[in-house]
Design a protein around this ligand. Sequence first.
Ligand code: SF4
Length: 376
Amino acid sequence: MPYAGKMVRQIFESGTISALRRCLIDWYERNRRDLPWRNSQDPYAIWVSEIMLQQTRVAVVIDRYQAFMTRFPTLVSLALAPEQDVLAQWSGLGYYRRARMLHKAAQLVAAQREGNLPVTSTELRLLPGIGAYTSAAIASIAHGEVVAVVDGNVERVLSRMAGWEVVSRTGATALRRKIEALAAQLVDPARPGDFNQALMELGATVCLPRNPQCLTCPISAVCKTRGEHKTPPRARMLSCEVGHALSVRTSHNTAKACCPSGREVLLEQRPASVTVMPGMWELPLLRNAAVPEEDLRMTVRHAIMQVNYYVRIRTVFEDDVQELAIAAGERRWVPLGEAAGMALTGLTRKVLSRARLFPAAPLDSITPLAGVGMRG
Ligand code: SF4
């Protein structure tokens, strides 16, 4: 069992806990957002949505989820797909390791369990990329296992409800354990999936990090904080300057239906050996981020984890690419219509969209890229 409820003393009376479960589930039934993954009890669909929702906003996930499920409607269809297709569907969601792990786990389940995901949270955790949170979400929502889900939203709601605060980073781990234990005490044995989703929904829509809506909160009567709680100061963002080459040419050989203009962009595939976004396609990296004003196409801010990248995009003619850009991986001239369907890094997609070289790719138009495989 991921969270041991006996690790902290019971901080709410059993009568209070029953009332809290009732209020919360009633509120959820009346107020829950209509999200595409909520219309399914299919463990595979729940799994995909939960992985996408980690570190990515719901508004961003909705379209991507629908496109992903259209392309890979079953676990087996995902398992059989080439990794580049999976990464292409994930393009723009970031944290690509999630997509690789999802794919790898689907392949294991297809090969060893005839495509059937394990049922219990304990067994689910044995799969690559599935931790305490995801296993508990799938098992409680799809199979009614009485196990608590603790994500960032639940952590905030329960901290405030119990009146717990953390003022230093070192105290965060101990607090997390207390919250997990409290969640295990509170989860409703009759409707664990709905209870877990209700608590997450409350954190996402009412008990917000800033300006929580306490006046409309269904559990305010038992909340010991009724407002914002103290949190440790956020880690400072670092900043870093880099440059990328935007090199576009017109090739009459490639003028065809997918790209009538015949325009091609030079892309480079990140080597399979790098730890960040291996195998993804991007604009070639410039040797020097200090771009002369006359060649500067745009500057883009792009945040990854704790780093703000200030990215200078330089217009580079085909003949100058070798001199100005570092050759780190395989390069290809790609028709613009084809590039939209490739496993591009989020930054590359952002730059090509802002440069109006392709429309913000409608994801249902993303198609597998024939003949392009992972290196290494
Ligand atoms: S009363 Fe306010 S702080 Fe407490 S759980 Fe509800 S929204 Fe959060």
